[in-house]
Design a binder for this molecule. Structure first.
Ligand code: PLP
Length: 561
């Protein structure tokens, strides 16, 4: 009798352990095999990567190019350095002056190119971080140089800077009598709320000061209203800098209640379909351009492995599957449209892909150029208190939420969205931007240049079709050619929708000219032995060597100056 009870208990324990192991295995299979899919491993890896840098000779021959090629590169680099010194003198001087005092500047200037090359580049190519004015699709620096703006102001600039100047000026005028009074709302808020609900198709709104805050609020409310702990994000997706949505490199502590799953993969659906601890799924539709990959920046451009391609049908099908599993499992589906909202369509990604979310976050452009975050959601998920348990609340406030000036500018923005001219822009969006990308790619291919573009509407990224260690140099040639990029360089170009065909042709010409100059300077020389794989292998070897020579990773390798 006793032995059979023991046997039963052992069996039950084994079944339980097996079940847990299977659930764990299911989760492991739903992780992307890259480091971006394994947050903890990525942080550990980042902590052991040692610093080392190339000395001047190696700088030009990191791919073992022959001496004449290295000499051509050096000549090109020094010519460019001379142009930068002379052309951007005042802008660079002020930037240099501020560098020690502004931590953000220190960070961005350091992470423009792979770290092995960074110091030498910083010493010679100083693009400057100041601008004096904007107009049409251009910005002008302190030295009077005009650039076509491809920064898009991190995505804020959808309709052109003049449009936003008008929203801010008219909006400020509209709320001037109330001024900076907080807590109570200016009456423009009533219109803003009505329009946001129409646009999102949802039931309630809350206002915040940034996209990050809107996402924090969405996730907090999803947890509160489902009583579950975990959020799901997809590999590589950016949702602001809050810890829970940034579980990997960049966040010094682990995000313990976050699952990072593979985008566009049935294994992720299986996890969503079986686990009971998932409160919400966060989707950043921008990932459709590069699923499972982090936002591309030139500082990680070690080789030519950057890939991007937007497949609207595949992504739509994926969103529908997500919608279905979330509905079935009572999981809150959140579209984080801070970036793409109002850029892909008037009704944002929900309209563009034809899939409805339970909550949607907006930001960037929606306050007509002023800082904001907006959360729209179904009433049942936006609830912050419980009738039956009055002490059990979900607290979220912010001093500056619904600031009158922000609301005034948002009012102007939302009003102008109703204009026919804006509706027409939306109507032609994909046709215009896909055809522009296609034409440019044809030109690049015809000119024998190893550069291509990929796009999700007006959001573009540059890819490289031949193995090279020097693609990150392209950002400097582009600047010389009169194109302003953000600090992530060629990873993300953001066009405003007021680019005319003539403006775009000018940008295309500049891009082709820049690539031609870079090719002529020898940066894209390649031996048949040079592949992305061989580049990565060599870099890994260098890291191991540097690590062995300086175990703390704080000293330089023999190649350093
Ligand atoms: C999709 C997405 N979510 C959230 C954020 C964070 O917004 P903010 O920078 O306003 O905090 C961003 C910013 O780029 C974003 O692209």
């Amino acid at each position: 009798m006793m032995t059979s009870i023991v046997g039963l208990v052992v069996c039950a324990v084994l079944v339980f352990a097996l079940q847990r192991a299977l659930v764990r295995l299911q989760l492991s299979r739903a992780k992307h095999r890259s480091l971006a899919g394994h947050s903890r491993m990525a942080r550990r890896f980042a902590s052991v990567v040692p610093f080392y840098e190339y000395d001047e000779a190696h700088f030009f021959r990191a791919d073992a190019a022959p001496e004449p090629v290295a000499a051509a590169r050096r000549a090109g680099f020094m010519r460019l350095a001379g142009v930068f010194r002379q052309r951007y003198a005042q802008t660079a001087e002020l930037t240099e002056e501020m560098l020690a005092d502004v931590s953000d500047l220190q960070f961005t200037s350091r992470y423009r190119v792979p770290f092995q090359f960074s110091r030498f580049v910083r010493e010679h190519l100083r693009p400057g971080a100041f601008l004096a004015s904007s107009s049409g699709v251009t910005v002008t620096d302190m030295d009077g140089n005009r650039f076509y703006d491809l920064t898009g102001s991190y995505g804020v600039n959808v309709f052109g800077y003049d449009f936003y100047k008008e929203c801010i000026a008219r909006g400020s005028e509209r709320v001037r009598d109330l001024g900076p009074v907080l807590g109570a709302y200016h009456p423009v808020v009533a219109y803003n709320v009505r329009r946001l609900l129409e646009i999102s198709g949802l039931e309630e709104v809350s206002f915040h000061m940034s996209g990050t805050e809107a996402v924090m609020q969405a996730v907090r409310l999803a947890r509160y209203n489902t009583g579950r702990s975990h959020l799901v994000r997809f590999c590589g997706a950016y949702h602001g800098w809050w810890g829970d949505v940034q579980p990997g490199v960049g966040n010094p502590i682990a995000a313990r209640e976050t699952y990072t799953l593979k985008d566009l993969d049935p294994a992720a659906l299986r996890v969503l379909g079986s686990r009971r601890d998932i409160a919400c799924v966060l989707v950043n539709p921008l990932q459709a351009l590069h699923p499972n990959v982090n936002a591309p920046g030139d500082s990680t451009l070690l080789d030519s492995g950057r890939r991007a391609h937007f497949d609207r049908a595949a992504y739509t099908a994926w969103l529908k599957e997500l919608r279905e599993v979330c509905t079935r499992r009572g999981i809150v589906l959140i579209f984080d449209e801070v970036f793409v909202g109002f850029r892909l369509a008037a009704g944002g990604a929900q309209q563009y892909f034809g899939v409805r979310a339970d909550m949607v976050t907006y930001g960037k452009t929606v306050a007509g150029g002023l800082p904001v975050g907006v959360l729209c959601g179904l009433g049942k998920f936006m609830r912050r208190y419980r009738e039956e348990r009055p002490a059990d609340v979900c607290f979220a406030r912010g001093t500056f939420n619904a600031h009158p000036y922000v609301m005034g500018s948002m009012f102007e923005f939302l009003k102008r969205l109703e204009e026919r001219s804006i509706q027409e822009i939306y109507h032609r969006l994909d046709a215009v931007w896909n055809s522009r990308a296609g034409t440019l790619n044809e030109r690049l291919a015809a000119a024998g240049l190893p550069v291509r573009v990929a796009n999700l509407s007006s959001i573009w990224t540059i890819c490289y079709v031949q193995a090279s260690r020097y693609n990150w140099m392209f950002q400097y040639y582009l600047r010389e050619a009169g194109l302003a990029l953000s600090w992530v360089g060629t990873g993300r170009l953001i066009f405003s929708l007021n680019y005319s065909d003539e403006d775009f042709t000018a940008v295309s010409n500049a891009l082709v000219a820049a690539a031609t100059a870079m090719q002529a300077d020898g940066w894209w020389w390649a031996s048949p032995q040079l592949t992305n794989k061989s580049i990565r292998r060599n870099v890994l070897k260098e890291m191991i060597q540097a690590r062995c020579l300086s175990p703390m990773g704080s000293m330089s390798s023999p190649r350093s100056k």
